[in-house]
Write a protein that binds this ligand. Structure first.
Ligand code: ZN
Length: 65
């Protein structure tokens, strides 16, 4: 089960092979093994690295299984 690494909710949709979109906080994130990258979706559809905005305050907790 994959949950959003930002809000922890399960309201996510798969948009790519390892790519997901969270409907709750409107971010995209990729999961590849233990490496999670979070992207903020701009109004024009471009993705910016979410880490730059929050300065590492997100608790990146990967739930296995
Ligand atoms: Zn979320």
């Amino acid at each position: 089960m994959t949950t959003c690494p930002v809000c922890g909710q399960r309201g996510i949709g798969k948009v790519g092979a390892d790519q997901y979109y969270c409907w709750d906080c409107c971010v995209e994130f990729t999961v590849r093994d233990q490496d999670i990258r979070i992207f903020n979706v701009e109004s024009d559809g471009t993705l910016t690295l979410y880490d730059d905005l929050i300065q590492g305050t997100v608790n990146l907790e990967v739930q296995k299984g």
